[in-house]
Structures are given as C-alpha cells and as structure tokens.
Design a protein around this ligand. Structure first.
Ligand SMILES: [Zn+2]
Ligand SMILES: [Zn+2]
Length: 266
C-alpha cells in the first residue's frame, strides 16, 4: 500500500521533539511519502514544555531550506498544532496572521477551573496525578467539554487526535452525545478530523479517533480526513499507516492534505 502523507509531525521546533527537519524529511522520503506536514506545538499554557517556545521566523526559514533541499522528492508542508485556542484566543488570532499550510487545534489539558484561565495541578491529560484523582470517565468527559468549546470557536483546519486521552488511558471513552455535538460543529465549519496513529505504537489497538467517531463524523456529512503519526522523532514517521489508510478507505472517507489552508484530496 502506498503511504502518501504524514500530516502530523514534530521537529526540534517543538520542545518535546528530538530530530531536525532535514532528518525528518529524509526519513519521510526513504519511507516513500509524497507529503510531510510539520505541525509544531504552539502553546501558551505555562505548564506546557512548549510554553512560548515556537519561533515562527526560524521555523519558516527551516521550512524554506527543507523545500529547497527536498522539494524534488517530497512536498514539505508547514503547520502548527495550537493548544487550547479557546483559552488563548488573542494569541491564536495573532498566530493566524502568519502563513501556514495547515492550522491544527488540540486539547492537551483539562482540569481548568470554570472561572477563567487557571489550570489546577496535574492538568496535563496524561499526568499521573490526574490519573489518581480522576476517574477515566471524568477525564474523557472534561476533555470533550473543552473540545466542544474549541470547535465552537473554529478558525482552524484540522482537529487533532479527537479522543486523545485514549492514548494514555489505553481505553476508549466514547460519549455519543457530546461527540455528536463536536462532529456537528466540525462538519458545519468544514473542519477535517485526523486519524492519529500514535496510540498504536504505545500498545493500544486503536487510533485516536478510530471507527466509532469516524463513522459519527461521516454520518453527519463530514468527509475530510487526514492521517498523522504525531511523530516526535524520525523513527515514528508514518508508523502504523497501513492500519489508518485501511480505516479511511473502508469507511469511504476522503483522505487529503492541506496546502495554503485548502483541503486537497490525495
Ligand atoms: Zn497533540
Ligand atoms: Zn502533535
């Protein structure tokens, strides 16, 4: 099976990733990809390792250099994975004035107090403190509540790893009703979902999301899907893509990438 695009990859421009863009491009070419999209973390949450870490100018220079070096072998696409844009709306708007091929939104934190922007201790969704104090059900529910606010805000192209606590909890937390509201908003706004393969390499048997949520999205009239490994090092580029491509084809979703923030079927 031909693996076309890895649409969710991190380099050293994200605080938690290890490898540089050239090495990631070289790996993607070696693995036969036609597209690689760099989606670096942009975070304004003081608890996050990537807090104020992203540097747009240096990043866009690196993208240009990667295009010069690898452009005849692979299309290098630029993007960001913006954490909790509904909480950091001013920063989000400002970031959107820069040029990207794709803007992804993600939730990585829960446990916010309901008054304002205050994150209690142990808020990262896979933090062991949170594991101890919250039931899995509560983690998923609070996560989906935050996610609903993100999709209502909109302004982005792809919603990253829709049921992400699965990656750490190693169980599915399907809540049909609130996910129904989330996918309804996504479909109305023309926002794509991604099939993120990262749980597979962490020992779980599903992507995030997998068939249940994908089916809900398609049943609501959604079509646009991208596939991403969420690689944080070369080894992880396009890992387990056969599974994800099969999933997308089986459900007759439209697989694509974003270029200049427009969806292109691949
Ligand atoms: Zn993420
Ligand atoms: Zn990511």
């Amino acid at each position: 099976m031909r693996l076309l695009a890895d649409s969710h990859v991190h380099t050293k421009f994200s605080a938690d990733a290890k490898d540089d863009m050239f090495d990631m491009c070289k790996t993607a070419v070696d693995r036969g990809l036609s597209y690689i999209c760099f989606t670096e973390h942009v975070d304004y949450n003081q608890f996050d390792a990537s807090y104020h870490y992203f540097n747009y100018d240096k990043y866009s220079d690196a993208i240009e250099r990667a295009r010069e070096k690898f452009g005849d072998k692979i299309q290098v696409l630029s993007g960001i994975e913006f954490g909790e844009p509904h909480v950091y709306q001013k920063e989000f708007e400002k970031m959107l004035s820069n040029k990207f091929d794709v803007v992804m939104a993600a939730i990585h934190y829960i446990g916010r107090d309901k008054v304002g922007v205050h994150w209690v201790d142990g808020t990262y969704e896979y933090d062991h403190v949170l594991f101890k104090d919250y039931t899995n059900e509560r983690i998923f529910h609070e996560y989906y509540e935050e996610l609903l606010q993100v999709v209502k805000l909109g302004g982005f192209d792809v919603l990253a790893h829709l049921d992400n606590p699965k990656r750490y909890l190693k169980e599915s937390g399907h809540e049909e009703e609130i996910i129904g509201e989330i996918v309804h908003e996504l479909v109305n706004a023309g926002i794509a979902i991604e099939i993120n393969t990262s749980p597979l390499r962490r020992g779980y048997h599903e992507c995030t999301p997998d068939f249940e949520i994908l089916k809900q999205y398609l049943d609501f009239g959604g079509t646009r899907v991208s596939i991403g490994s969420d690689a944080h090092c070369c080894r992880e580029v396009a890992m387990n893509f056969d599974y994800a491509v099969n999933l997308v084809r089986e459900h007759k979703a439209t697989l694509g990438i974003f270029k200049n923030r427009c969806f292109i079927t691949i």
